[in-house]
Design a protein around this ligand. Structure first.
Ligand SMILES: [Zn+2]
Ligand SMILES: [Zn+2]
Length: 370
């Protein structure tokens, strides 16, 4: 409810200060304002400020939360603050220290961000697409111009808090007086109340709506990629900006192609004769074309042949990944009489094979992938 105190300012360090710099600044100020040494008025209050600031900034986790969300983020943490809960919580102490710069709740409120997921095909992920998405969000009520009052009349000032949105109570504690600030229960901290509700939104000033939007998916996105659409989240209230819509993409499995980073993998089955003699054939690409591939005699199972530039476009910069053709040598499990006879002749002619040199075999795969 109060404006966030500047903890870095309290310690006199930059926001980018290292943990050592923060520790040094804390030690210096703690010595300077320690109540045992410094009897000037205000020294004790400064001492407590310095301690409280150090408690947050010396803890990487609390510091990160403070940097992102301000003191509320730190306060909201599950652990709370050891040593401070006893007299009304950390927030109250800061309210007392930094009193007077309060920001009422009735002011602009940013709308919430929304999340949605969208199923897309591998083709859409690779080449990009425009897809329609339907989702629910909170929108301003046009009927009352989001005041919540009939005919859009302005809301009335709350008599409980005189429009302040908060109630302040002076509390006694070990360290002296503190001001305890709570949200006004009557107006729920808004400072204004609806006396004559708009029938369209029942006084809320906002209503749920189903909206349809077109999402532009750039080529090269992957499973789990997120697209942020600014301004398409929940509407802000009292002049606040709308939140964003985050669309998470689920790329469905493809029947033919698999994805490997920016490459596509195609499994090519060969019979033993093709593998032995070599073969010229065509392999499909994701865009539905056929490209020629010439394999030399002696194709081994699991070999990878690279067709340049037929993979996934790079999201940043130009170029595309490759199409990796992985060979499978399919050994027949059923043969006709005639085939058996041919195989028998072949077996006699070939004799017993030797185990292939592993190093060169794996080396080929590595070379093909690099
Ligand atoms: Zn009130
Ligand atoms: Zn309304």
């Amino acid at each position: 409810m109060t404006a966030d105190p500047d903890l870095y300012g309290v310690l006199g360090v930059e926001r980018s200060a290292s943990s050592d710099e923060i520790k040094r600044a804390f030690r210096k100020l703690a010595m300077e304002f320690h109540p045992d040494r410094n009897k000037e008025s205000g020294a004790e209050a400064r001492f407590k400020q310095v301690n409280a600031a150090y408690e947050v900034l010396s803890d990487p986790d609390k510091r990160a939360k403070y940097d992102r969300f301000g003191l509320n983020g730190v306060n909201g943490g599950a652990q709370g603050f050891a040593g401070y809960e006893g007299f009304g919580g950390f927030g109250d102490i800061f309210d007392a220290f930094f009193r007077g710069t309060g920001q009422r709740r009735g002011g602009p409120q940013q709308g919430s961000d929304l999340r949605a997921s969208l199923d897309i095909t591998l083709e859409e992920a690779v080449f990009g697409a425009e897809k329609e998405i339907v989702f629910q969000r909170t929108e301003r009520c046009l009927e009352c111009k989001s005041t919540g009052q009939l005919n859009g009349d302005p809301r009335e000032t709350c008599s409980e808090c005189n429009g302040q949105g908060e109630l302040r109570r002076v509390q006694q504690s070990l360290f002296g007086q503190f001001v305890n600030v709570t949200a006004c229960p009557r107006c729920r901290g808004e400072g204004q109340i609806v006396t004559n509700p708009c029938p369209e939104c029942r006084g809320a000033g906002a209503k749920r709506a189903r909206v349809k939007r077109t999402v532009r998916i750039p080529g090269g996105v992957d499973d789990g990629s997120q697209i942020r659409i600014a301004g398409e989240g929940d509407a802000g209230m009292h002049g606040g900006a709308s939140g964003s819509l985050y669309v998470e993409l689920n790329v469905q499995e493809h029947e033919v192609f698999k994805r490997l980073d920016t490459n596509l993998v195609y499994d090519l089955p060969l019979n033993v004769a093709q593998a032995s003699l070599g073969v010229e054939l065509e392999v499909p690409t994701l865009e539905g074309e056929q490209v020629a591939l010439k394999l030399k005699p002696g194709v081994q199972p699991g070999e990878v042949h690279v067709i340049k530039g037929r993979g996934v476009p790079l999201l940043r910069g130009n170029g595309r990944g490759d199409l990796l053709v992985r060979t499978f040598v399919v050994v027949p499990s059923k043969l006709s009489k005639e085939q058996q006879e041919l195989m028998r002749q072949l077996a006699d002619s070939l004799g017993t094979p030797t185990v292939p040199d592993d190093a060169s075999f794996f080396g080929r795969i590595r070379d093909a992938l690099s």
